[in-house]
Design a protein around this ligand. Structure first.
Ligand code: ATP
Length: 591
């Protein structure tokens, strides 16, 4: 396929906001893709070069793209910058300057999708001194041979700003329609995707081996499995009732989720968001090598600093400081890291995902028998609400977050929030029992003393997974530090869009819309019914419509965005409704 054809599809996708039309356009595009190029087309459409766990990043800044446009079109840099300031989008700048350029097109040959993809990959992989000039040259060559419409997407792609509005779910549905003629196969595709977290691979397998290849798709070492997630319930009684009696109850550690893949001496770690984090945890890697009694294994746990002498757990914030690569060793001696292992997905060629929790746990304990650094999570088996409650209280007293109860008969449910895991977290009087992860979809300008920062708050949404849209739930206007205000304004300006972004359902209009990209963690006092928000909105018997909103929302901590969550991993509408219903029941409260 020629890149110009792909650019036409992107242009059509950008112009629509209906999800069904997006699926149809994407289906048509996939139908036209050859076996060899389908993975490239999927990655490009996602705005990436490879799945996140491969860590291939463009490393391209706006200035570099500006220079490439200048070289390709013959316009001076100042002119490019001026146009960018005017239009607020380097894609549009590339498009208009290419259209107006007097330079002859450098290349009569038209670029194919694969050629453009390969050059983009070369741009990303060029590093070291002098690499900047090389990157500019490569990008400029592409743009110089491009039509204005192609140039628009060539400039946006390396900046991670394609803004097509397609989520994973839309791509999966389009794959199903393109290769089987119906949406029915989406469930199977989702299952396979949950096992490898790589949509490009799924497209390739489907196009080469047909539906059978997807039905037979298995867990693969070094391709991370999408993590299982927990539902929440407010009381021990509710948990025991839901579990229908006996269940496992584990301590809930507030650390850094790690999925570990090992084959002989090759070991890799992946984060909750499935990015590779091997280099961050040298002492865990050493322990996996020396203390785990398995040659080939995939297992999961929570890494956090734990001082055995004082029986003290250090919270997430302190553990994450290790992220800064420098000082990893220093921190290691100060606060020794442990991994509290809680699940096993694969062992010596055998898939454990489908086996019941009891079998997985038994095998996990066996392989960790002689390990000091990697310890099975503390767990009890019980069918008594009183016993569960006591265990919860002891865990909280020891500085932990709460507990996770687990269904003894359930498989590992990759990529989904199901009642096979139920969490109960400590809560404080007058506060919701859990924080919410919200997607930023717009922001407001500051007034009064805030005018200086040009930032007055955020419009935030939750994810409605059944409709695949983002629904507003709150406007957060207070609790920001000055540094946060500055940073939000700076980051959000880069993803500002002129109109309501696709897949956003809102009745309110912020001063500026932003493309949904960032997730923040928010605390609130209560969930209330609201006439102005679209979260869970429904028509009442009297004809009025209400949704849900947050009372006294505030941002947690000094972070601006949550680095370990993608927008589709934000709190869902369904969870908000559950939390709303749980408010009425009595929770376990701590002062
Ligand atoms: P949270 O902010 O509460 O960690 P989350 O959205 O990251 O929420 P949930 O599915 O809601 O994830 O809660 C499960 C999380 O708790 C896992 O992601 C994992 O990192 C952490 N965790 C800590 N201890 C355990 C345990 N024993 N079993 C399972 N998960 C655990």
């Amino acid at each position: 396929m020629l890149f110009s054809e792909l650019a036409d599809y992107y242009n059509r996708l950008e112009a629509v906001s209906s999800r069904l039309t997006m699926i149809d356009i994407m289906t048509e595009l996939l139908n036209k893709s050859s076996k060899k190029e389908v993975a490239h087309i999927i990655y490009m459409t996602q705005g990436v070069l490879a799945p996140p766990f491969e860590g291939v990043e463009f490393g391209v800044a706006e200035k570099l793209v500006e220079e490439a446009i200048s070289v390709a079109t013959g316009y001076p840099k100042e002119e490019v910058e001026k146009d960018y300031k005017r239009q607020g989008d380097l894609g549009l700048t590339a498009q208009s300057l290419c259209g107006a350029s007097k330079l002859k097109r450098m290349n009569a040959n038209k670029n194919s999708v694969t050629e453009v993809y390969k050059t983009m990959l070369d741009i990303a992989q060029t590093s070291g001194s002098g690499s900047k000039d090389g990157k500019i040259r490569m990008l400029a060559n592409l743009i110089a041979a491009a039509t204005p419409l192609e140039a628009k997407y060539m400039a946006r792609y390396p900046l991670g700003q394609l803004r097509l509005g397609l989520g994973d779910s839309t791509i999966l549905e389009a794959l199903s329609k393109a290769y089987t003629g119906s949406r029915e196969f989406k469930g199977q595709l989702e299952r396979a995707y949950n096992l490898c977290s790589d949509l490009g691979t799924i497209g390739e397998e489907l196009s080469a081996g047909g539906p059978k290849a997807i039905e037979e798709f298995k867990v693969t070492l070094f391709k991370p499995i999408r993590p299982a997630l927990a539902e929440r319930l407010p009381t021990a009684e509710a948990i025991i009732e839901r579990m229908k009696g006996r269940c496992a109850v584990e301590q809930k550690y507030d650390g850094f989720r790690c999925q570990i893949h090992k084959s002989g001496s090759r070991i890799k770690l992946f984060s909750r968001r499935l990015e590779e984090t091997t280099e961050m945890f040298p002492d865990i890697i050493k322990a996996v090598q020396n203390e785990v009694r398995a040659n080939k294994i995939i297992f999961e746990g929570e890494a956090l600093a734990f001082n055995e002498a004082t029986n003290e757990f250090f919270p997430f914030q302190e553990t994450i400081q290790r992220k800064r690569k420098h000082g990893v060793d220093e921190k290691a001696s100060e606060m020794p890291l442990h991994l509290f292992a809680f699940d096993l997905m694969y062992l010596e060629g055998e898939d454990y995902i489908g086996k019941p929790y009891e079998r997985r746990r038994e095998a996990l304990e066996h392989v960790l028998k002689s390990s000091k650094t990697i310890i099975p999570s503390t767990m009890i088996l019980t069918s008594s609400a009183k016993e569960l409650d006591d265990f919860f209280r002891t865990s909280v007293t020891n500085g932990l977050e709460g507990i996770v109860a687990k269904d003894l008969t359930a498989p590992y449910v990759a990529g989904a929030r199901k009642f096979s895991w139920i969490k109960m977290k400590r809560s404080y009087r007058g506060e919701l029992s859990d924080t919410l992860d919200l997607v930023i979809i717009g922001y407001y300008l500051g007034r009064g003393s805030r005018a200086e920062f040009q930032f007055g708050g955020l419009l935030c949404a939750v994810y409605n997974s059944s409709k695949d849209v983002f629904e507003t739930i709150t406007r957060i206007g207070t609790g920001f530090s000055e540094a946060q205000m500055r940073e939000f304004k700076q980051e959000l300006d880069k993803i500002r869009v002129k109109a309501k972004p696709p897949r956003v359902d809102a009745m309110m209009e912020p001063d500026f819309w932003v493309y949904p990209k960032y997730v923040i963690t928010v605390k609130a006092d209560e969930i209330t019914k609201s006439p102005t928000h679209t979260c869970g909105r429904e028509k009442l018997a009297d004809g009025t419509e209400v949704g849900y909103a947050l009372r006294f929302p505030r941002i947690v901590g000094e972070e601006t965005v949550r680095p370990d969550k993608s927008i589709e991993e934000a709190t869902t509408t369904k969870e908000v409704i559950e939390l709303f219903n749980q408010q009425k029941k009595v929770g376990v409260e701590e002062e």
